[in-house]
Design a binder for this molecule. Sequence first.
Ligand SMILES: NC(=O)c1ccc[n+]([C@@H]2O[C@H](COP(=O)([O-])OP(=O)(O)OC[C@H]3O[C@@H](n4cnc5c(N)ncnc54)[C@H](OP(=O)(O)O)[C@@H]3O)[C@@H](O)[C@H]2O)c1
Length: 316
Amino acid sequence: MTTRAVVVGASGYAGSELCRWILDHPSLSLAGVCSRQHAGQPLGAIVPALAGVTDLRFEPIAESVLGAADLVFLALPHGAAAEVVPLARRSRILDLSADHRLDPAWTYGLVDWTGPELASASRVAVPGCFATAILLSIAPFCAADQINGPVCVAAATGSTGAGASPVGATHHPERFANFKAYKVLGHQHGAEIAAALGRLGRAPTVHFVPQSAPLDRGIFATTFVPVADADAAPGLVAEAYARSPLVRLRTESPEVRHVRGSAFADLAIATAPGMAVVLAAIDNLGKGAATQAIQCANRMIGLADDTGLRRAAATP
Ligand SMILES: NC(=O)c1ccc[n+]([C@@H]2O[C@H](COP(=O)([O-])OP(=O)(O)OC[C@H]3O[C@@H](n4cnc5c(N)ncnc54)[C@H](OP(=O)(O)O)[C@@H]3O)[C@@H](O)[C@H]2O)c1
């Protein structure tokens, strides 16, 4: 028996990526896709990569459509997602926006660090893309209470992180062949990171510098974690992810092209006395959005985390 999934916002980057993965999933069926402006049109006409893969047509965002689903994925801008929740109240909801990540009534779906509560959750807030890469890097040390000072992070993202609607700062000529920082020490994921670490243990201060990289997909995070016992750090990270099928530990630097279009998070660790440096690469639309949501859904319906998600990136 399959679980019926509906994706709201399927014309966007995160929503269309959800559709790509759900259409290939052995236990989920894509029962519907919703849009404000494309109702009646084929999904493949608006997302050409999905043409020939599905005959589904967009439907309006209506209670009759959402109520027929077992799982409703909300891939909508912040604010818009919260407005749709009442229309999906009879279904289990996974919200990819920031609307519910700080709401204690919702389960925070950082799946590798979430306990059995995910299995029975009916409201899941899927973590942000930067937050995912950074939390995967810091969490092993926080949970083991091994951090003894402020953590510093520089993390670069590709342009799809800003969504499909063009705005000046994400315009191709502004991003192509360029590299810069933005929202220095003031990114909105800071509060989300602090809250998630607080649930794991004694949350350190985290200084975060986001950067814009000339990539379409991918996040690369470099995280400096002050630790008392640096020699123990690699073992701590390896133990933390021993049962995480979609977290791979690398001996060399992770590379965004090795996770591009995949569900994997690649981590590597280097140490110096008093310091652990964690390097992390994820696809912002994969582990940073759609595939983390599907990993949560797998837990919610009693499947192994990596069901339908163990697929290699296409390289080079
Ligand atoms: N992009 C990423 O890497 C990423 C990573 C993690 C989380 N997220 C989160 O996922 C959500 C979707 O992001 P995205 O990058 O996919 O954005 P996007 O490409 O702009 O797509 C969002 C979709 O939502 C629909 N929409 C826009 N405004 C709406 C409104 N006021 N009411 C209802 N529907 C509306 C649009 O579809 P129609 O016009 O067809 O209705 C649009 O295609 C955001 O909350 C974002 O923060 C994104």
